[in-house]
Write a protein that binds this ligand. Structure first.
Ligand code: NAP
Ligand code: F7E
Length: 343
């Protein structure tokens, strides 16, 4: 049987790496788009990189950029994929306040560029759009489902709402197999170092190993529904294998504050941690009375998403998907990786 071909925009990111490995196991030929960078940015996928001169390549990288229509069009034309996964994004919410125009170009118009290329080249290509729980923002109801109205709170969230609706619009007006995954926060050892879970795990591991003295954070009272990226990329694939194109919420249904997450990491690392003070003056103190955690205004956002908790009933029922990891196994996985890395 002919192998299926997948094309991943955002292949060098956390989800791109997990999805590539998942699809290769499913016997796909995987193509990915990487950006030109002054330093190497493929560390998450170096272990699956094929020799570019080998005849049996099953993982192939192309230079491209989702802000460049021509490169998007030409790569899709050349690769002739069966499935496209759009994971490419300026994905940092706080950064989107500093780079609103750039974030909109990549996270909103980038999606349009792919959809338009699909319409021009081959309407049979299936399309997955990486939607986000950030679209729910200042939540209208809890838990959030596929029917919950959006109320984004950042340029990132607003751009993702555009991508959500343009995907729905192309599905309805051009009859595309185009789907939105509305994914809640998902983490892993490969998470970018400036997202809060990775920042906390990495810093507390380094503090435990006496390589670092302090961790600086922002608002530790927001609540998130955190899952594991390995589970969530499986959902992306399942969404594209469903009999018709639909949108799905993917989450765990459980939520914790950042402070609870920190306490769980500290407990796992056997760091005695107590808290003192309130608000921005709250501090985390270890068993030797050293202040190891401080909150700084610099890390507060102009508008915060205070609480997110999803309901994945639709995915469970129609896709037979459920998370296999819980917060404890996620933390263990992240700590183990940190301890085995030499930075
Ligand atoms: P990530 O680690 O930040 O990866 C983003 C990827 O997009 C990287 O490969 C990045 O390339 C690429 N990219 C950025 N700008 C690009 C451009 N102009 N052209 C081409 N590629 C570009 O994000 P992630 O956590 O894997 O998330 C994957 C997707 O899911 C993103 O769209 C994100 O917004 C969305 N999402 C994530 C979560 C989550 O909790 N992780 C939840 C919901 C939705 P470089 O490596 O060169 O930077
Ligand atoms: O922040 C608070 C921060 O940056 C989580 C992206 O993958 O998930 C991610 O967006 C919470 C926020 O993730 C720090 O204010 C406190 O309330 O880890 P985060 P995010 O903003 O939820 C969604 C679903 C996406 O789609 C995004 O692409 O933690 N927080 N102190 C902090 N956050 C960071 N980054 N750094 C801190 O020092």
């Amino acid at each position: 049987m002919k192998k299926k071909i997948a094309l991943i925009f955002g292949v060098t990111g956390q989800d791109g790496a997990y999805l590539s490995k998942f699809l290769l196991k499913k016997n796909y030929i995987v193509h990915g788009i990487k950006r030109r960078n002054s330093t190497l940015n493929t560390y998450r996928i170096d272990d699956i990189y094929s020799d570019p001169f080998s005849k049996k390549k099953n993982f192939i990288l192309h230079y491209g950029d989702i802000s460049d229509s021509l490169s998007v069009f030409n790569i899709i034309k050349k690769v002739k994929p069966d499935e496209i996964y759009n994971l490419a994004a300026q994905s940092h919410v706080a950064v989107s306040f500093n780079l609103p125009e750039y974030t909109t170009n990549v996270d909103a118009l980038g999606t349009l560029r792919i959809l338009e290329a699909i319409v021009q080249l081959n309407k049979k290509i299936k399309f997955y759009q990486a939607g986000s729980s950030e679209m729910f923002g200042k939540v209208i109801e809890t838990p959030q489902t596929e029917k919950t109205p959006f109320y984004p709170r950042s340029p990132y969230g607003v751009a993702k709402v555009y991508s959500h609706w343009i995907t729905v619009n192309y599905r309805e007006s051009h009859n595309l197999f185009a789907c939105n995954g509305i994914l809640f926060n998902h983490e892993s050892p490969l998470r970018g170092e400036t997202f809060v879970t990775k920042k906390v795990v990495r810093a507390l591991c380094r503090i435990k190993q006496k390589k670092q003295k302090k961790l600086f954070l922002g608002n530790i009272y927001s609540k998130r529904d955190w899952g594991h990226a390995a589970d969530y990329v499986q959902a992306m694939w399942k969404i594209l294998q469903y009999k018709k194109p639909e949108d799905f919420v993917i989450c765990t249904g459980k939520q914790y504050t950042i402070k609870q997450f920190i306490n769980m990491v500290a407990k796992e690392l056997k760091i005695k941690l107590r808290w003192n003070g309130k608000g921005i003056n709250e501090k985390g103190i270890d068993g030797n009375n050293n202040i190891i955690i401080e909150c700084k205004k610099k890390y507060l956002r102009p508008a915060e998403v205070d609480t997110l908790r999803g309901n994945y009933s639709k995915a469970r029922k129609l896709l037979n998907w459920k998370p296999t990891h819980n917060i404890k196994s996620l933390i263990k996985d992240m700590i183990e990786y940190e301890y085995n890395s030499d930075s």
